[in-house]
Design a protein around this ligand. Structure first.
Ligand code: THU
Length: 164
């Protein structure tokens, strides 16, 4: 038996440390969160995706009375980006959660497992690490790749181990 360890890396920033591009992405994600359709959870999430040509795509969570039919903000934004700009590389995604008073929540909220898996697929598709910014009232956590949020992810190569 061997004990193994995986370390993840991220930066903790103040909002004032952000460059203008990122402040703009936070604003866009914040605006998207306000338009979330979340009548069941009241948990409103906004995501802003930056493409390599500077285009910004937004998404927010879309809930449904049949709960599993809803979709998270991150996947709404990424699927829209991939559907409409299939030749643009995804550079960054910024995620914001707001409360009932339209204020960014005090604690960091990190993406669910399914959204991490979709971010991993998008990194693989465009062969490019995606920067992930998790925004809370006080801090911004910056990850330079999904590998720091989803180590040992299942990917395309894993499918290849089964002989057809
Ligand atoms: N949600 C997101 O949009 N993104 C996440 O990363 C976590 C959860 C949504 C899904 C659902 O509409 C609500 O938040 C509560 O889970």
């Amino acid at each position: 038996m061997k004990d193994r360890e995986i370390k993840i890396k991220y930066k903790e920033l103040e909002y004032s440390d952000l460059i203008e591009i990122d402040k703009n992405l936070v604003e866009k994600a914040f605006g998207a969160a306000k338009n979330a359709y979340a009548p069941y959870s009241n948990f409103r999430v906004g995501a802003a995706v930056l493409l390599d040509d500077g285009v910004i795509v937004i998404g927010n969570n879309q809930e449904n009375a049949a709960y599993p039919s809803g979709l998270c903000a991150e996947r709404v934004a990424l699927f829209y980006a991939n559907a409409n700009y299939p030749n643009s590389v995804v550079d960054s995604i910024v995620i914001v959660v707001i409360d009932q008073n339209d204020r960014i929540v005090p604690q960091t909220i990190s993406p669910c497992g399914s959204c991490r898996q979709v971010i991993a697929e998008t990194e693989m598709r465009y062969k490019n690490d995606i920067r992930i910014l998790l925004v809370s009232e006080k801090h911004v956590l910056e990850f330079s790749s999904i590998s720091d949020l989803l180590p040992l992810s299942f990917n395309q190569q894993d499918l290849g181990i089964i002989k057809q």
